[in-house]
Ligand binder design. Structure first.
Ligand code: ASP
Length: 493
C-alpha cells in the first residue's frame, strides 16, 4: 500500500470507508429503547427511536408531563429540529438522553470516525496560514531586482484577476443552475432553522466588511483570529513594499520566506500523505450516519465542477487566447500538452512548473522574459480551476447543509473569498481543500461538511490543476501579445 501513488491510496481509503459506512448504515442504523433507569434527574421514563433519517425522543418527568422532540433534516414540519446541534441548544435534556442511550451503533461508530477524521481536518487547518504567508511572500519577492517589470506585472495581475473571476462566475452560474446539493432527499427544503440561520445584511455592508478586512487594524491579531482575508491582503502589501525597499532587506526577507515555504511544503506534503486515512474515517462517518443518498448529490457535484471547468478551459480561455493573445487555441494547447498532462497526473502546478516553462518557451515560442516572469507568479497566485472549484464546493456544501441556495450577498462573499483563497493556495495537490476552510468560515458553514467532498477531491484536483496550468500558459501568450519582448517570435524586429 505504501508504494502506491497517493491518489490510489486515497481511492482505496475512500472505497473502504464507503463499504464500511454503508454496511454499518444498513445493518445498524435502526435503534429503539425504552428506559426507566439511568436517566437525568427529574425524568422518570424515556423512549428513543433512532434511524439514519429521523430520530424521535420522548420523555416523561415526575409531574407526568410528556415531551416529544424530533430531529429530521428533511422534515417539512416547523416543530421538528434539523440537526443534533439544534437539539443540544433547544432541549439539553433530550440531547443528554439521546447521547447517553439513544444512538444507533451506526451513529456511535460514525461519531468516532468523525472525531478521528476531524484530526486530519485540524492538521489541514494547522498548515494553512503559514503556508499561505510563505507561499505568497516568496512568489511576490521573486519579482525583486528585475527591471522593466512594472507594466508586465500590471498586465499579468490584470489577466490573472480577470480569468479567475470569470472562472468563479462560471462555477457559480452552474452550481445555481444544476443545484447539486438539492438533488437529494437528505437536504432540507424548508429554509433555515434557528441554528442554521445565516446572518443577512445588505450588499453594501457585505462588500464594505470585506474591504475593511483588507486593511486589518492589527495584522498580528488577524493571524490569531484567524482572518484569512486580512492575512492574505497584508502579506501582499508587505511583499510589494519589500520589493520597493529593495537591496539587502528584500533579499533577506526573500531567503527567509523561501526557507519557510520549503519547510511548510514539507509539512503539508506529510499531512496530505495522511489523506487516505482521513478520507477513510470521514467517508465512513458520512455514510454510516447518512446512508447512500449522499452519492446522489456527490455525482451531481462532480458533474457541476467538471462542466464548469470544461466551459472555462474550452470556451472562455481559448476566446481570450484567440482575440487578445493572438494565438490559435488548438495549436497552443497542443504545444502545451506535456505541461497539461503533467499537471493532470501530478495535481501540482508547482511540480509542473519546469515542464510548463520549457513547453511555453520551446514549443509555444514565448520569450524567456515573459515565461520566467508570468509562470512562477502564476503557479503561486493564478488558479482559475481552484477558484472555480472552491466556489462550487462551498455553494454545494451550503445547499446540502441548509437545504436552499445561499442568498446573493453571501454568494458574493463566497466569490470574493474564493478568489483570495485561490491566490493564497499553494500549487500542490489538495491545496484547494486546505484553503476551503477560509470560505466555509467566512459564511459560517460547518467545516466538517468538507468530509463529504473529500472523497472525490483527487479526481477534481487533477482536473482543476490542468485548468490552473492552462490559464497560466494562456497568460504568457496574452502578456506577450500586449508587450512583445525582443526575443519573442511575435516581435517583428
Ligand atoms: N492542486 C492544485 C494546484 O497545484 C491546487 C488545488 O488544490 O486546487 O494547482
Amino acid at each position: 500500500m505504501r508504494n502506491l501513488a497517493l491518489h490510489w491510496q486515497i481511492l482505496i481509503g475512500m472505497i473502504a470507508g464507503c463499504c464500511l459506512g454503508l454496511a454499518l448504515n444498513m445493518a445498524a442504523s435502526e435503534h429503539s429503547v425504552t428506559l426507566t433507569t439511568g436517566l437525568p434527574d427529574g425524568i422518570v421514563q424515556a423512549e428513543v427511536t433512532d434511524s439514519s433519517s429521523r430520530t424521535v425522543i420522548r420523555y416523561r418527568d415526575k409531574q407526568q408531563k410528556e415531551t416529544t422532540v424530533t430531529v429530521d433534516p428533511a422534515s417539512t414540519s416547523k416543530n421538528d429540529l434539523r440537526t443534533f446541534k439544534d437539539l443540544a441548544k433547544q432541549d439539553p435534556l433530550a440531547s443528554q438522553i439521546y447521547n447517553e442511550h439513544g444512538k444507533s451503533l451506526a451513529k456511535q461508530v460514525g461519531g468516532w470516525c468523525q472525531k478521528i477524521g476531524g484530526l486530519f481536518l485540524r492538521m489541514l487547518q494547522m498548515v494553512s496560514i503559514p503556508l499561505i504567508v510563505t507561499s505568497l511572500l516568496s512568489g511576490i519577492l521573486s519579482l525583486s531586482g528585475r527591471h522593466g517589470v512594472g507594466n508586465m506585472f500590471k498586465r499579468t495581475l490584470g489577466y490573472y484577476l480577470t480569468t479567475s473571476l470569470l472562472a468563479i462566475v462560471t462555477g457559480m452560474l452552474l452550481v445555481n443552475l444544476i443545484r447539486p446539493g438539492l438533488q437529494t432527499a437528505t437536504s432540507g427544503t424548508q429554509g433555515p432553522t434557528a441554528g442554521q440561520e445565516l446572518h443577512q445584511t445588505s450588499l453594501m455592508d457585505v462588500m464594505f466588511t470585506q474591504v475593511e478586512a483588507i486593511f486589518p487594524s492589527n495584522p498580528l491579531a488577524a493571524l490569531t483570529q484567524p482572518n484569512f482575508l486580512s492575512i492574505i491582503a497584508f502579506t501582499i502589501i508587505f511583499g510589494v513594499f519589500a520589493v520597493r525597499v529593495g537591496g539587502t532587506t528584500v533579499s533577506r526577507i526573500h531567503d527567509l520566506a523561501r526557507a519557510g515555504f520549503e519547510v511548510m511544503m514539507a509539512i503539508t506534503t506529510a499531512v496530505i500523505r495522511l489523506a487516505p486515512i482521513g478520507v477513510f474515517f470521514l467517508i465512513t462517518a458520512v455514510l454510516a450516519t447518512q446512508g447512500s443518498s449522499v452519492f446522489q448529490s456527490l455525482g451531481w457535484y462532480v458533474v457541476t465542477v467538471a462542466a464548469a471547468l470544461l466551459i472555462h478551459a474550452c470556451i472562455t480561455l481559448p476566446l481570450i487566447l484567440k482575440f487578445i493573445g493572438k494565438r490559435d487555441p488548438i495549436e497552443y494547447a497542443r504545444a502545451m500538452s506535456p505541461a497539461l498532462l503533467t499537471a493532470f497526473s501530478s495535481a501540482s502546478s508547482n511540480g509542473t512548473l519546469p515542464v510548463t516553462l520549457t513547453s511555453v518557451e520551446q514549443r509555444a515560442g514565448i520569450s524567456n522574459k515573459t515565461g520566467s516572469f508570468v509562470l512562477p507568479l502564476g503557479a503561486t497566485i493564478n488558479m482559475d480551476g481552484t477558484a472555480l472549484y472552491e466556489a462550487v464546493a462551498v455553494l454545494f456544501i451550503a445547499q446540502l447543509h441548509l437545504g436552499y441556495n445561499l442568498p446573493v450577498s453571501q454568494q458574493i462573499i463566497v466569490a470574493i473569498t474564493a478568489l483570495l483563497a485561490s491566490i493564497g493556495a499553494a500549487g500542490i495537490p489538495h491545496a484547494g481543500l486546505v484553503m476551503m476552510v477560509i470560505i466555509l468560515q467566512a459564511v459560517g458553514l460547518p467545516l466538517e461538511m468538507q468530509g463529504i467532498i473529500l472523497a472525490v477531491d483527487r479526481v477534481l484536483d487533477m482536473a482543476r490543476t490542468s485548468v490552473n496550468v492552462w490559464s497560466d500558459s494562456c497568460g504568457c501568450a496574452v502578456v506577450e501579445a500586449l508587450d512583445p519582448q525582443p526575443d519573442s517570435p511575435l516581435n517583428p524586429s
